[in-house]
Design a protein around this ligand. Structure first.
Ligand code: FMN
Length: 357
């Protein structure tokens, strides 16, 4: 058996293989109320059936004014619990571990969501924006913890905290966005304070057996900063790190010429070298061979397969059993069609034409 399909024990919870379906929003599946729809459930059912070891439900908003669009799953109210609880039920019935990503957009919440996006400091490029008061920061910390409590009530095995891609928690962590001089800024510990308080608050409220994963930005803003963040976070009660990008393009790490993956994946492998907590890597790992190489060579504990799993929900089982050809993601430019309308995904159209769905 290829190492990619070997099992793993995540704090005693068995994971059947090393493939993660990373969080991927499907904005057109959700209404303004953020409540789970039938389309969401069908989407996760197909992919859980497709064999991933861990399925991370998409970025789910912990407050209504912290959404990244007006059509985002929500976990800001108890009214969301009933709908959300269907997801872990489905995911676990196929033997996968079920996490949900909890999220706040901070400074990049769009106009449709709020007139006044807030973050650690005002965004000089957005006159609508302003910095959060200490009281508001504490409220947001409470929103993340309340979101995790709801996730646990809904039956998820754990949460993934969205600390990447230039959203609120990564805005706090980054010297690029955070120019505060109070306890939530200034020093490295100050910039990390919100993340740590959220982690510790969730651990206290949800108990030891509840998994806490953290999706971090490796270039925050440099890879050296990212590594410092990873090393610091592993001293806190987290169970795994997923390494993506930090949202800003100020500093892009350069992989050595003989490393045949992109800089985001490379950054994850550099983080893996420096920490003991399990690490997942991501981005443009398109084929089972490339995914397996990373596991086989100890470059990562998990690989996230995102767009390829949108293109072909059965990516993992097909990779494992070689029964059918995987329908490939063609990396639509400038952006993946799933952000707006999944029915325009070329791979989906191929699958429909070939009557694979
Ligand atoms: C349609 C779409 C939605 C996404 N939504 C999220 C999200 O909710 N949270 C997140 O952390 N990343 C999100 N991402 C990023 C993916 O999790 C993943 O990191 C990225 O697609 C790179 O991996 P890939 O090359 O395997 O697709 C999204 C990506 C796509 C294409």
């Amino acid at each position: 058996m290829l190492p990619l399909f070997s099992s793993f024990s995540l704090k005693g919870i068995p994971v059947k293989n090393r493939v993660i379906m990373p969080p991927m929003v499907c904005p057109h599946y959700v209404g303004d109320d953020g409540i789970v729809s039938r389309r969401n459930l069908d989407h996760y059912r197909e992919r859980a059936e497709g064999g991933a070891g861990i399925i991370v439900t998409e970025a789910t908003a912990v407050t209504k004014i912290g959404r990244l669009s007006s059509y985002q799953l929500g976990i800001w109210s108890d009214d969301h619990i009933a709908g959300l609880s269907q997801i872990p039920l489905i995911v676990k019935s196929f033997g996968a571990v079920s996490l949900i990503q909890i999220h706040h957009a901070g400074l990049v919440a769009p106009e449709a969501v709020t007139d006044e996006p807030m973050g650690p400091s005002a965004n000089p490029k957005d006159p609508r924006s302003r910095s959060l008061t200490i009281e508001e920061i504490r409220e947001i910390k409470g929103d993340f913890i309340a979101g995790a409590i709801r996730a646990r009530k809904a039956g998820f095995d754990g949460v993934q905290i969205h600390g990447a891609h230039g959203y609120l928690i990564s805005q706090f962590a980054s010297t690029y966005y955070n120019r505060r001089e109070d306890e939530y800024g200034g020093s490295f510990e100050g910039r990390m304070r919100l993340a740590v308080e959220v982690i510790e608050g969730i651990r206290e409220a949800c108990g030891d057996s509840f998994l806490i994963a953290y999706r971090m930005g490796a270039n925050s803003p440099t890879l050296e900063d990212g590594i410092e963040i990873a090393r610091y976070l592993e001293t806190k009660p987290i169970d795994m790190l997923d390494v993506s990008h930090g949202g800003s393009l100020v500093s892009l790490p350069r992989p050595p010429q003989d490393f045949d993956y992109n800089w985001i994946c490379f950054s994850g492998t550099e983080v893996k070298k420096t920490v003991n907590v399990p690490v997942g890597v991501v981005n443009e790992i398109r084929t089972p061979e490339r995914a397996n190489w990373l596991i086989e060579n100890g470059k990562a504990d998990f690989v996230s397969i995102g767009r390829p799993m949108l293109a072909d929900p059965h990516w993992v089982t097909k990779a494992q059993h070689h029964e059918e050809m995987i329908v490939s993601c063609v990396s639509c430019k400038p952006r993946c069609k799933w952000y707006v309308d999944s029915t325009e995904c070329p791979a989906l159209q191929i699958r429909m034409k070939e009557r694979l769905i």
